[in-house]
Design a protein around this ligand. Structure first.
Ligand SMILES: NC(=O)c1ccc[n+]([C@@H]2O[C@H](COP(=O)([O-])OP(=O)(O)OC[C@H]3O[C@@H](n4cnc5c(N)ncnc54)[C@H](OP(=O)(O)O)[C@@H]3O)[C@@H](O)[C@H]2O)c1
Length: 292
């Protein structure tokens, strides 16, 4: 018997995961949305248009009930689904939220609880259905849910990474820092580089992309402390001060980010062996106390 799945939420994540599950031979019973017409339009491309919009009580037939609704809507969506019909005994109820834990399923009787958080950006459903192949999915679940969660990851073509319940808000903040923080940093660096007049916007985009990719590769190869290069690592306080002043004049919003990131870089430089006098001079240039 094929694994049967119902998805609540036909947004970016719901569409992409549904498409991949359908392509993997899973019996995708359908999508539950808030508005049937909007939901039908959103999933028109999923499974070549053969996946239906279904009523919420369809979850009672499913082995797996997947909630891909926004973080703010998740607790109410779970409560409302459970109120529609008793769950299929031992079915796996899971969500894709980085922020919420297993507690959103508290009070839903007789289920296995799980989280499958794709550690990947979903700009839109269609492109993400291709780009998430091979990306990590952080899975957390009841003991009797873990095998099925890992099986779902395999069907999705994602790499399962087993996690613990932990502090979900802190975990999610770290995800946002890595993914959205890098995007914001990319944009700020490109804008400042274009504003310098040395390169036009297209050339600046190319150079920024190469620098970000090289920094990423180096961190993976040798760890961040050994990977750090540039004026903070060299102990060049005069250059750092000049950078802050130039950014303050031409891109003031980026000056604050430069300062904050340089303070973090200073701690890495210290770990990597920067001399105490250089650390103190850099801390003065950045207007902070030296790291301890
Ligand atoms: N986007 C990402 O990069 C990403 C990455 C990893 C994890 N996630 C997580 O995945 C979840 C979904 O994110 P998303 O980006 O796909 O959000 P999204 O594009 O905003 O889609 C959410 C969908 O859920 C629907 N919905 C809301 N309440 C519902 C309910 N009670 N019943 C059924 N459907 C309901 C919304 O319908 P309406 O049309 O009525 O609003 C919308 O179609 C979030 O928890 C998010 O944190 C997102």
């Amino acid at each position: 018997m094929a694994l049967s799945v119902v998805i609540f939420g036909a947004g970016r994540v719901g569409q992409a995961l549904g498409q991949r599950l359908h392509a993997a031979g899973v019996d995708l019973l359908g999508y539950v949305g808030r508005d049937p017409a909007r939901t039908a339009a959103a999933i028109a491309w999923v499974g070549d248009g053969k996946v239906p919009v279904v009523p919420a009580h369809t979850h009672a037939q499913a082995h797996v009930v997947l909630f891909a609704v926004g973080d703010g809507d998740l607790p109410a969506a779970v409560r409302s689904a459970a109120a529609q019909h008793a769950p299929r005994p031992c079915s796996l109820w899971l969500h894709t939220s980085g922020r919420h834990g297993l507690e959103v399923f508290d009070g839903v009787p007789g289920i296995r609880r799980g989280i499958l958080h794709p550690a990947a950006p979903f700009a839109d459903g269609r492109s993400a259905s291709a780009s998430i192949a091979g990306a990590p999915a952080v899975v957390v679940g009841d003991t009797n849910a873990r095998t099925l969660l890992q099986g779902l990851c395999r069907r999705l073509g994602m790499q399962p990474v087993l996690g613990q319940p932990g502090d979900r808000t802190l975990y999610h903040a770290a995800c946002a820092l890595a993914a959205n923080g890098t995007t914001a940093l990319w944009a700020a660096a490109q804008a400042a580089m274009s504003a310098s007049g040395v390169l036009d916007a297209a050339a600046a985009a190319k150079v920024v992309a190469a620098l970000v990719a090289a920094a990423d590769r180096s961190c993976q190869e040798r760890g961040p402390a050994a990977a750090l290069s540039g004026p903070v690592r060299r102990g060049d306080a005069a250059t750092v001060l000049a950078h802050v002043q130039a950014l303050q004049q031409h891109a003031p919003a980026s000056a604050a980010a430069y300062r904050s990131l340089s303070v973090l870089a200073l701690a890495l430089a210290q770990q990597a062996g920067l001399a105490a006098g250089d650390v103190a001079a850099l801390a003065r240039a950045l207007g902070v106390s030296p790291p301890t």
